[in-house]
Design a protein around this ligand. Sequence first.
Ligand code: IPM
Ligand code: MG
Length: 370
Amino acid sequence: MTAPKKILLLPGDGIGPEVTAVLRKVMDWFQQTGRTTFDITEGLIGGASYDAHGTPLTADTIAAAGKADAVILACVGGPKWEKVPFAVRPEAGLLGIRKEMGLFANLRPALVFDVLANASTLKPEIVAGLDIMIVRELLGGVYFGEPRGIETLPNGERRGFNTQSYTTSEIIRVARVAFELARKRGKKVHSVEKANVMESGILWKEEVTKLHAAEYKDIELLHMYADNCAMQLARNPKQFDVIVTDNLFGDVLSDLASMMTGSLGMLPSASLGAKEVSGRQAALYEPIHGSAPDIAGKGVANPLALILSYAMMLRYSFNMAAAADLLEKAVQNVLRAGVRTADIVEKGQTPVSTAVMGDAVVKELSRLAP
Ligand code: IPM
Ligand code: MG
């Protein structure tokens, strides 16, 4: 008998614990019905870890993540830790675990559920049926580039600086992920940079072009400047299939893309490392939303992004497409029935709590697959 797969669950901060409690119920349903036999443990990250241990990422959490077959994280950060030193802020824990796990490719799908087309601030005909995949490079660029810092100049003025840097191999490995995904989707990749002003963008464009010519001629490759991409996303998002871009542009463009879908509270993501020879691949799943301190503790947050992150985990890490489909279907049916948290509520609907949304999903799972 093979050992059960290990899942590490990291609730984090803000709305994290509330939405994780709901996810636990969904996970329990899959365990109790025998669809999964995971070995599930919880750990600390972000502000919660800082409060307990004085650091947002402990050696214990790093070790547990290393042993896990998949990690699922809710969100980190909040005003409570605004004054703590930069190096130990909650966000440093998130960046740290991405780095420790070698997660260089961040997959951020922006998929519009038909029933939510009216919840978007964009016109329904612009977003209905939208299905984009943003592949964000996650371990390079200004997020990690050296040198960086804040220094005082001889004249007493202060200077803050960061370094945008990409190597050939960093570009190629993430571009490869994008091309492979495109092959299973719409066969189109937009590579996004600012080659008109940045050397790192020139290199990005050249390397992606070379890789495409060598291995992916069956995929349509288009190049776009990041500012134009932002404009095109708002103008005609359905022209995109897969977008591959650097860490910072990917951060910004994925928030923009999320609003096409109605709410940041709906979007999951998967961060993946290199596939090892054994087939093993480090993976962390997380909603793209943050810790939403303004609504934390109120029980009104949308738990669906985290639940959908779990569906992504079932699909990508464990090849459990049927279970993932089932969960996504349950979410869709619940939305169709008009069960909505405040962020996606429409005229005439009464918003439900985080817990009620979770219970509705579990109930629908039981109905679909008794
Ligand atoms: C994200 C977040 C993080 C990022 C923050 C919390 C450090 O915005 O995952 O998009 O900038 O990568
Ligand atoms: Mg972000």
